[in-house]
Design a protein around this ligand. Structure first.
Ligand SMILES: [Zn+2]
Length: 343
């Protein structure tokens, strides 16, 4: 069996920088029509100028001139409204907010969201996108996303019409929050949050990792949370679209048995689409793949559909354990779908 799709987009991925980028980025650029690279490689993308330096690096490593890149920049406490103007002139569309101390690369970020309202005001004025990693620091990993909802509610209330992306929504409460908002507030959803629950990631002692390659932030949470993510994805609701959050780390960063020793992030670019197909097929929703993988996201970004088609082939295969020293998500497991030809 084959399924032919509109060209999919990955609206949230981490291509990194340097050698690791050369290793991982072609997995994304070969399959997807375009995407949004997150601005937290080392060094980070903190200005329009930084984006202008990063863009040709991405183009070179991606090795596909047709792959379309949407510019992003990270907002930190020191970001000024003038820097937002300058970034927009340099092609930045997405301004990403990480609360300090919540995930990979968030040693810098925003320490008080109420102190950066003038930044949000400028992004709103310019019609650009505010994208949020929604977790509060210093809160148990299972509650961190839900505890961010009041802050998000305040932002949405303060700036009606502001284009907001809740990145990698992982909980039932967050899904319901996004559903309750008008369509200027949307969420990306990942394959791992449709696949795992907390029990697949962390052992009963709440410290030991079951598989470091399953560990991401926000964490895969309860059965009810996973169901809510799946139902949102297969609903066709324009609030929800695909962002893999593919976040490669070398195996050396994934060594260790305790959650505090291991970098958060799942390298899923080689398996993301096969997993999404499998989930949608299980839920009799293959007809909802196009809204989720391309239409909804492109509409939110005010972009036209990308020409061409991608065919997915139903044929089982075993996921390799690693690529170039990077552990693959679901390494060793058998998946039912493979990426086929682009026409
Ligand atoms: Zn991410």
């Amino acid at each position: 069996m084959n399924v032919t799709l509109l060209r999919p987009w990955d609206f949230h991925f981490h291509p990194r920088r340097g050698l690791i980028m050369t290793n991982v980025l072609p997995f994304t650029t070969r399959i997807f029509a375009g995407g949004v690279p997150m601005p937290n490689p080392k060094p980070e993308i903190l200005s329009g100028h930084d984006w202008q330096v990063y863009l040709p690096e991405l183009q070179k490593a991606g090795d596909n001139p047709d792959f379309r890149l949407i510019g992003s920049m990270k907002v930190i406490d020191n970001t000024t409204p003038d820097m937002i103007n300058e970034a927009v002139k340099c092609g930045v569309e997405v301004f990403k907010f990480y609360p300090v101390g919540t995930t990979t690369g968030s040693q810098t970020g925003v320490s008080n969201f109420y102190a950066i309202f003038r930044i949000l005001h400028r992004i709103h004025e310019l019609g650009k996108i505010a994208s949020f990693h929604c977790e509060l620091p210093d809160i148990h990993r299972r509650q961190a996303e839900v505890m961010f909802i009041p802050t998000l509610q305040d932002i949405v209330d303060a700036f009606p019409g502001l284009r907001v992306i809740v990145e990698h929504a992982s909980t039932k409460d967050m899904i319901e929050f996004v559903q309750s908002c008008p369509l200027n507030v949307v969420a990306t959803l990942t394959p791992q949050h449709m696949w795992h629950t907390y029990e697949d990631v962390i052992a009963e002692d709440d410290i030991t990792l079951i598989d470091p390659n399953n560990y991401c932030k926000p964490i895969c949470n309860s059965y009810a949370d996973r169901s809510a993510v799946i139902m949102a994805a297969i609903s066709g609701d324009p609030h929800f679209f695909f962002g893999s959050d593919s976040a490669p780390h070398y195996l050396t960063m994934k060594k260790g048995t305790e959650v505090s020793d291991v970098a958060a992030g799942v390298f899923n670019a080689p398996v993301a689409l096969p997993v999404v197909l499998q989930v949608f097929e299980t839920h009799h929703a293959l007809d909802k793949l196009n809204p989720f993988l391309s239409v909804n996201g492109l509409n939110f970004y005010h972009m036209k559909p990308t020409p061409g088609k991608l065919t997915m082939i139903k044929k089982s295969w075993q996921v390799p354990y690693e690529h170039g020293g990077i552990g693959l998500w679901l390494g060793g497991q058998t998946l039912n779908w493979q990426v086929g030809p682009i026409t």
